[in-house]
Design a protein around this ligand. Structure first.
Ligand code: FEO
Length: 395
């Protein structure tokens, strides 16, 4: 059941190969995920985080095969979201008096979820818990990504238990970062950052430097999802610092929806215009009704600029564009340019609406957008190519 990481630390989590959606229907997990729980055995024993509630019985049953539950001295709850705290009720039925170490906000969140008055111990940044030879050091990390979040460092083994930070929704049996497909791993790590951590980038940078300034030796980063960063753990820290710093690549993404292909034809012509001006830029077209919304967000995250297109219907834009605009508003992208386009038949107010939404979402809108009446003919397509050129020049 458990997988030994060091003499004193073992992984006792759950790999969920079947998970295809996370956060309800909000996050696609085509590569599955894992809920990493860690058992630290020194003179004292601590369990760091548990697993998602559907696996609670399985988790406790397998944990019993690993250790007499009564020998667990402390439970550390780095984060109270249900994918990490979900097995607590099942576990606490067995060891109801065991202290649960978490932040003050953690207590509120756990009580709010499970309505139990367990034996909570509040910890703050710098607090330590002696385990015998080693000790745990707690660092609060509010809004990374919930107000209750903290991270835990173990001395001697030099392990950072980072919870969601540095995680990925990625199922693997081999656990370590150097044992999996690197392209898959970094695609999932970026997707996780783009879709979950983007709004908190300022906190990410600040917290990373706060931890680095402690000058703690680091052998491993053990997050609560996906691989354990054992081979060169500094690499993912450096990558996070880049992602948190208004990340962009030389990419432009056109996101559109279309009813009778007019807006799609516009998108293709605009893309051709962009490429005429800048042959080095990577241009990608994504139909928001057909593509995975989280993949679109990953592409937006990587882009220096986006164009958003929709025809006008019922004085507004299409359903899939509406959802995407709401996601982008919440994620608060910075340092990205944008503009709108789309076809129309009579009222055609979508371009103005999308332009306003992009501005409200923090994009630098470079022009008033471009719209085309009915189906674009050759003249109109040439105008779209020209619009693409002007957009590229404005960046
Ligand atoms: Fe993996 Fe915020 O829970």
């Amino acid at each position: 059941m458990g997988k030994q990481l060091t003499d004193k630390v073992s992984w006792v989590g759950k790999v969920d190969w079947e998970l295809k959606k996370f956060h309800g229907d909000e996050y696609s997990t085509r590569k599955g995920s894992s809920y990493n729980s860690y058992l630290v055995r020194d003179q004292k024993t601590a369990l760091i985080d548990t697993v998602w509630q559907p696996f609670d019985k399985e988790f406790v049953k397998r944990l019993k095969q690993e250790i007499d539950l009564k020998k667990i001295d402390y439970i550390i709850a780095n984060h109270s979201e249900i994918d990490h705290s979900g097995a607590l009720p099942e576990l606490m039925r067995e060891i109801s008096g065991t202290p649960i170490y978490c932040t003050a906000n953690g207590i509120k969140v756990i009580r709010g979820h499970y309505h139990q008055d367990w034996n909570f111990v509040t910890v703050k940044t710098g607090d330590t818990l002696e385990l015998g030879g080693s000790k745990l050091i707690f660092v609060e990390a509010p809004m990374l990504h919930w107000p209750d979040t903290m991270i835990t460092y173990m001395t001697e083994e030099n392990i950072l238990f980072s919870n969601d930070a540095f995680g990925q929704h990625y199922a693997t049996e081999s656990l370590y970062n150097d044992t999996v497909d690197q392209a898959e791993l970094f695609t999932e790590a970026l997707k996780y950052y783009a879709n979950i951590l983007t709004p908190f980038s300022t906190f990410v940078t600040k917290k990373i430097y706060e931890v680095l300034n402690l000058n703690l030796p680091l052998n491993m980063i053990c997050p609560s999802h996906g691989v354990i960063w054992k081979d060169n753990p500094a690499r993912i820290i450096e990558q996070y610092l880049k992602w948190a710093d208004n990340y962009q690549e030389n990419r432009i993404t056109l996101v559109y929806d279309t009813m009778w292909n007019s807006t799609r034809k516009m998108a293709e012509a605009i893309a051709a215009g962009i490429r005429e001006i800048d042959s080095s830029v990577t241009v990608k077209l994504m139909n928001s009704a057909k593509e995975d919304k989280n993949d679109i967000i990953s592409e937006v995250f990587r882009s220096k600029a986006i164009l958003v297109g929709s025809p006008t219907i019922n004085n507004g834009y299409l359903f899939s564009i509406g959802g995407l605009m709401e996601m982008m508003k919440g994620l608060k992208f910075k340092n990205k340019s944008a503009a709108a386009f789309g076809s129309y038949g009579w009222s055609g107010e979508v371009i103005k609406q999308l332009t306003g939404e992009l501005e409200n979402s923090g994009f630098r809108v470079v022009n008033d957008g471009h719209r085309a009446l009915w189906v674009p003919d050759e003249t109109e397509l040439a105008a779209c190519v020209e619009y693409g050129k002007q957009f590229a020049k404005a960046l």
